[in-house]
Unconditional design. Structure first.
Length: 92
């Protein structure tokens, strides 16, 4: 599902809200998750899962096109751990 499909689905399920209102709600929702993660925080949505970040060390990588060695800086990457309810529903 892409963002526009999510907005359309929410508009259909909530006829009292306009498309602009739903787009604003979805934007705020995702912006808050990104904001919290950028502060090295954690976002937990009960029954769905938890978003957090993990540290990746600097390493030597390879350019797949040329095979040349490339230094990759240390960085933080997003990580998602599904909740118990989601795991159960996915494996029904």
């Amino acid at each position: 599902m892409i963002r526009s499909e999510l907005v359309q689905l929410l508009v259909q399920e909530n006829p009292g809200l306009s498309i602009r209102e739903v787009e604003k709600i979805v934007s705020i929702f995702f912006d808050e998750i990104v904001g919290r993660l950028s502060e090295d925080g954690r976002v937990e949505l009960r029954g769905f899962g938890a978003f957090s970040t993990r540290a990746r060390d600097a390493r030597t990588g390879r350019n797949p096109r040329t095979g040349e060695s490339v230094e990759v800086d240390a960085k933080r990457v997003p990580y998602f751990k599904p909740g118990k309810e989601m795991r159960i529903r996915l494996n029904m």
